[in-house]
Design a protein around this ligand. Structure first.
Ligand code: 9D3
Length: 256
């Protein structure tokens, strides 16, 4: 799949695309990332990309015209393949595993990275299909959210992770029933006076898997109880799971 990234700061992406387990996916074009420096599509000696907001107020607003010129160049190169225009914005929908999975299975997308206080609404109304956010905190622009998406998509590609099964064990993966991950341990067996949970050293596969499942259930019940409710709703908790959860958080007795 192909991702075209429209950004004022293409150089931010270079080390990211050349580093880590995802590098091969990007360098081998399994995930083909094309960077479009927005300033190249701005007019005049100053190559202006922003201006003051109508109605006043703090900060600057990105001009619609350079974004539109750039988007036309992207479309001319990639053709009408149904790829959506995604704008990263703090008012967007939260990015989650389900959305990332869909991006990893489709033709890719055209990613627009905002900067400043925002971008001219007329460009959004005419050309943006969906707005996505990394969460309820304030960043300086959409580049880090774009890299977050590219990273998440790249590691879902077959053969990108060392262990082919690694991402099947991710938290939020439906294959794990949407539960959080369990704790991990490696050598040495004693570190700083702390041992390793006995089941992991037992060599009994079934005991190890039961321990891990119990840990996932416990961590999820404590840290993200809404994910337990969702797993239950989806019919992913068997009676043994329910017994584990009930022992962790005994329901308050009625009338006491
Ligand atoms: C006071 C209004 N601000 C919104 C909280 C203005 C504003 C601040 C920062 C508008 C845009 C930005 C830049 N942020 C992004 O472009 C952004 C973002 C983010 O700030 N948080 C989480 N996800 C994202 S995706 C893009």
């Amino acid at each position: 799949m192909r991702f075209d990234v429209i950004t004022l700061f293409p150089e931010l992406f270079k080390p990211f695309l050349e580093t880590g387990v995802t590098r091969r996916a990007f360098e081998g074009k399994l995930v083909d990332v094309r960077l479009w420096p927005l300033r190249d599509f701005a007019e005049g000696a100053y190559r202006r990309v922003d201006d003051r907001p109508f109605g006043g107020g703090p900060g600057m607003v990105m001009l619609a015209e350079p974004l539109w010129q750039c988007l036309q160049a992207v479309r001319a190169e990639r053709g009408a393949d149904g790829a959506p225009v995604v704008l990263f914005s703090p008012i967007g929908q939260r990015i989650d595993h389900a959305w990332v999975t869909r991006q990893a299975q489709g033709p890719g997308a055209i990613l627009v990275c905002g900067r400043y206080e925002g971008i001219d609404q007329r460009f959004i109304d005419q050309h943006v299909d969906v707005q996505m956010s990394l969460g309820d905190f304030v960043l300086s622009g959409g580049e880090i959210p774009a890299m977050a998406l590219l990273d998440a998509v790249a590691r879902l590609q077959p053969g990108v992770l060392h262990d082919a099964g690694s991402h099947q064990e991710d938290s939020f993966n439906p294959a794990l029933d949407g539960l959080l991950d369990c704790p991990h341990y490696t050598r040495p067996e004693t570190w700083s006076g702390q041992g390793v949970p006995e089941p992991l050293l037992s060599g009994h596969h079934a005991r190890i898997e039961r321990w891990r499942r119990d840990q996932r259930l416990a961590a999820t019940a404590r840290l993200r109880p809404e994910l337990i409710a969702a797993a239950r709703q989806a019919g992913r908790l068997d009676p043994q799971d329910e017994a584990v959860v009930a022992r962790l958080a005994p329901p308050a007795a009625a009338g006491l």
